[in-house]
Design a protein around this ligand. Structure first.
Ligand SMILES: NC(=O)c1ccc[n+]([C@@H]2O[C@H](COP(=O)([O-])OP(=O)(O)OC[C@H]3O[C@@H](n4cnc5c(N)ncnc54)[C@H](OP(=O)(O)O)[C@@H]3O)[C@@H](O)[C@H]2O)c1
Length: 288
């Protein structure tokens, strides 16, 4: 092994999914700046122009719904860097609309990416972490995995599932020296809304009217989510928190953003039904 190869092996290595934009791309830059090897993965690596220029970063094709691409990205990462110390399951997408406005195909598709996708990735990476007797997994869940939001029931349910999976895994893997954390962001400006599956216009007139009334009531109420003095959301906060989870002693679940911290604090400060009643009063249009 020559000097440069030795340096590569001595650095820690992270594999991150969904690095074409948003939190994933910022996380690649954060780890890179801190001197890590990064396996930056995305569905369309041929489109990437920025990350390919960074030292100690390899850009690999990985679609979380396609096991062949996961295996190949993991194999190429290991052959370049020797190990995977940290896995960040970041890839995912959202969607808005009433539960009834989602087809079975749309629901399954969202679960394929947001739940079964990271399960696929963890199935490939966990044997490596067990073999090396340690590692850290950081799963990007959401505020909607803490409080399930109306008009985003399907998306919320994927993030509740992912958060629950992570919680159990944190306990079952602790004796094996593998840590599992979630990062649960509130609202941040990334490509998220552009990529979201929007279903407000589906179904009969009454359903569409209900979805629209709910959406405008939620928009109005969201203004209350920004309490006076709350800092404006900055996506770098999420990337920094991901890095913290990878490198410091952190709780299993970690909220990101003032709105998410506020809702979590509110929920834990009162009985569950009182919290749900309060959210109903705050978010819903008047009953007809
Ligand atoms: N932004 C928010 O307010 C917010 C709040 C809470 C949680 N989150 C979560 O944060 C994570 C990152 O989202 P973001 O806000 O950074 O949005 P984003 O900019 O849209 O990034 C999402 C990333 O996931 C990738 N992706 C989607 N489906 C994929 C698949 N099947 N396989 C691999 N990659 C896939 C996208 O790749 P393509 O470019 O190929 O589509 C993109 O790189 C998501 O899990 C999201 O649910 C976001």
């Amino acid at each position: 092994m020559n000097k440069i190869e030795k340096q590569i092996v001595m650095r820690k290595t992270v594999l991150i999914t969904g690095c074409s934009s948003g939190f994933g791309k910022l996380a690649v830059k954060k780890f890179n700046k801190k001197g890590w090897n990064v396996i930056a993965t995305m569905r369309s690596p041929e489109k990437e122009t920025e990350l390919i220029r960074l030292d100690n970063v390899i850009v690999e094709k990985l679609d979380v719904t396609d096991v062949d691409t996961i295996q190949s990205a993991v194999k190429n990462g290991i052959s370049k860097f020797g190990t995977i110390d940290v896995l960040v399951n970041n890839a995912g997408y959202g969607g808005y609309g009433l539960f009834e406005q989602y087809s079975d195909r749309e629901i399954r598709s969202m679960y394929e990416t947001n739940v079964f996708g990271p399960m696929n990735v963890m199935h490939e990476v966990l044997p490596i972490m067990r073999e090396q007797k340690g590692g850290t997994i950081v799963n990007i869940a959401s505020l909607v995995g803490v409080f399930a939001t109306p008009n985003a029931a399907v998306y919320s349910s994927t993030k509740f599932a992912f958060k629950g999976l992570s919680e159990a895994m944190a306990l079952e893997l602790k004796p094996l020296n593998i840590k599992v954390h979630t990062v649960c962001p509130g609202g941040f400006e990334t490509n998220f809304n552009m990529a979201a599956n929007i279903n407000f216009q589906k179904g009969d007139d009454r359903l569409v009217k209900h979805a629209e009334a709910l959406a405008s009531s939620l928009d109005e109420a969201r203004k209350n989510f920004s309490q006076p003095g709350m800092p404006k959301p900055n996506s770098q906060e999420v990337a920094d928190l991901i890095y913290q989870c990878a490198t410091e002693e952190m709780p299993v679940h970690n909220m990101a953003g003032a709105d998410a911290k506020w809702i979590e604090q509110l929920r834990s400060s009162m009985p569950d039904q009182e919290f749900l009643d309060k959210m109903g009063e705050m978010l819903l249009p008047p009953s007809k």
